[in-house]
Design a protein around this ligand. Structure first.
Ligand code: AMP
Length: 496
């Protein structure tokens, strides 16, 4: 199939050709015609499937075919709103809007997120914006100050809706919805379909077209997955060995915790491997720079936590390393989705110590395949090493799956959640799901065992278990089902 048959306007086809795309990805082939028809859409697609172009291209088409209107204050109205969970994703979506809309100079776009000054955003709004890509918190801040009018929105996109709910944005989303007109086209993209997502879709979408590509929790066949069993204390050395012996130049490394990411970054730099950490405690400037250096090839290693890595879009990323396995199995799928994107080959390597065997079993159950295991010569784990409890903030997850209290609880909680789940400060940007404690890294008595997120007692071997630590309100588990038909009543006045 070619893009030409999808009904997109010539300036869009020209931009697609410039981007070097020859044929639409499966999500694009289905989503573009559905969105062009004007109805609502619920799409199950992970990053890496081409979903951004899947909604951006038809959105641009519809906007260019329609009329610019004026808002209540007589300014050119904002006509499309894309909500994303993180700053990085917002920035990347808006970059896509610019890329695909480059021959439609009449359509202006803007990205808006927290952690940066408001005044430049206010100035940009004044200049007139057709397409606004925003994180919910900063959007509400501007709305509260009367800086923008969303009453003329024609198209609303909720991108990575599951992650927005995971991050406790449901109340913010409801507040945003209350600012939008009842009559609009709504597109909901989500990698997973928890009951919360289904509820949101039932209330928000009107007889949506349902599209699901690459069934959720399926990993991409282009990605070679490997587990290297290794002693808990030797992970760092093994990582350095893999990078140096494999002559790796662009490696995305995942840790569970911010502190673990920082410590590992220091170690890698000490070993002569250029590395930077990207997580919610970093300033927006530091994160933008780390990502830019990594993309340009100046930086060998980007060490990231799960939430911060959402939306990182780097073509053909050759290596992803799970320095620590995620305790939420679905995060494994998200993590390794960073490589092998859009048809490119990639390699995802997990360094697994004895403490993490339960996590590995959960992941293999979820992806319905066993990941090949290979011991790297010289790094065989000590067969006598015993599994130790994993510290989850104030809770300890024992090797048998039971939970207890951390005898040395962290002195302060990180930005893991928002008590009450609603509009506290600290809005609008990336957040890390875990708590600040001694995480990752391996080595110090407390250090190896600091792992983000908790699962409810007894769920250690089950997949899709709820995370209690990083989810502010004990978000429910994600289920394995496909989206069900959602033709419930349109939500016009969401409850606040
Ligand atoms: P996304 O899932 O939207 O994050 O996109 C993943 C990557 O696929 C992005 O880097 C896009 O540039 C790339 N991409 C999107 N559509 C196509 C296409 N039709 N052909 C080749 N690459 C694509």
């Amino acid at each position: 199939m070619s893009f030409d048959s999808l009904g997109l306007a010539a300036p869009l086809l020209k931009a697609i050709a410039d981007a070097g795309y020859t044929s639409p990805t499966p999500i694009q082939a289905q989503a573009i015609p559905a969105v062009l028809k004007g109805g609502d859409l619920m799409a199950g697609a992970q990053t890496g499937t081409g979903k951004t172009a899947g909604f951006t291209l038809p959105m641009l088409h519809r906007l260019q075919a329609g009329q610019r209107t004026l808002d209540k204050r007589g300014r050119p109205a904002i006509r499309a709103l894309v909500l994303t969970p993180t700053r990085e994703l917002a920035a990347q979506v808006e970059e896509s809007v610019q890329t695909y809309g480059k021959y439609l100079p009449q359509l202006k776009s803007m990205v808006m997120f927290g952690g940066v000054g408001m005044q430049p955003q206010i100035n940009k709004l004044r200049d007139g914006v057709d397409i606004l890509v925003a994180t919910p918190g900063r959007l509400l801040d501007h709305a509260g100050l009367g800086n923008l009018d969303l009453s003329k929105i024609e198209i609303l996109v909720l991108d990575e809706a599951d992650r927005m709910l995971d991050m406790g944005f449901i109340h913010d989303i409801k507040k945003v919805l209350a600012l939008l007109p009842a009559q609009k086209q709504t597109l909901l993209f989500s990698a997973t379909f928890s009951d919360d997502i289904k509820n949101l879709a039932d209330r928000l979408l009107n007889q949506p077209a349902l599209i699901e590509v690459a069934r959720r929790n399926q990993t991409n066949d282009q990605i070679a997955q490997k587990v290297h069993p290794v002693g808990r204390e030797r992970k760092k050395e093994l990582l350095v060995h893999l990078i140096k012996s494999g002559d790796w130049h662009q490696v995305l490394v995942f840790t569970r915790m911010k502190h673990g990411a920082n410590r590992l970054t220091d170690y890698l730099n000490d070993q002569g491997i250029s590395a930077m950490a990207i997580h919610g405690n970093k300033s927006q400037g530091a994160r933008t720079k780390a990502l830019a250096d990594f993309k340009s090839g100046d930086l060998t290693c980007l060490v990231a936590t799960d939430i911060a890595a959402r939306g990182i879009d780097i073509d053909q990323l050759p290596h992803v390393v799970n320095f620590e396995l995620p305790n939420v199995p679905e995060d494994y799928v998200h993590r390794i989705g960073r490589t092998g994107r859009a048809g490119a080959q990639g390699e995802a390597v997990s360094l697994v110590c004895v403490d993490e065997n339960g996590f590995l079993r959960d992941i293999e159950k979820l992806i319905k395949r066993e990941i090949p295991k290979a011991i790297v010569p010289g790094f065989a784990p000590d067969p006598n090493e015993k599994a130790e409890p994993i510290v989850l903030g104030r809770t300890v997850l024992n090797p048998n799956g039971s939970r207890g209290r951390n005898p040395n609880p962290p002195q302060h909680a990180g930005r893991g959640g928002r008590p009450g789940g609603g509009g506290g400060g600290n809005r609008g940007g990336s957040r890390d799901g875990g708590r600040s404690n001694n995480g990752g890294g391996g080595g110090k008595p407390q250090a190896h065992a600091g792992h983000g997120g908790a699962k409810p007692a007894g769920s250690h071997t089950g997949h899709g278990g709820a995370r209690t630590a990083p989810r502010p309100q004990g978000q429910p588990s994600r289920d394995g089902g496909a989206p069900r038909h959602t033709n419930g009543p349109r939500l016009t006045q969401p409850k606040r």
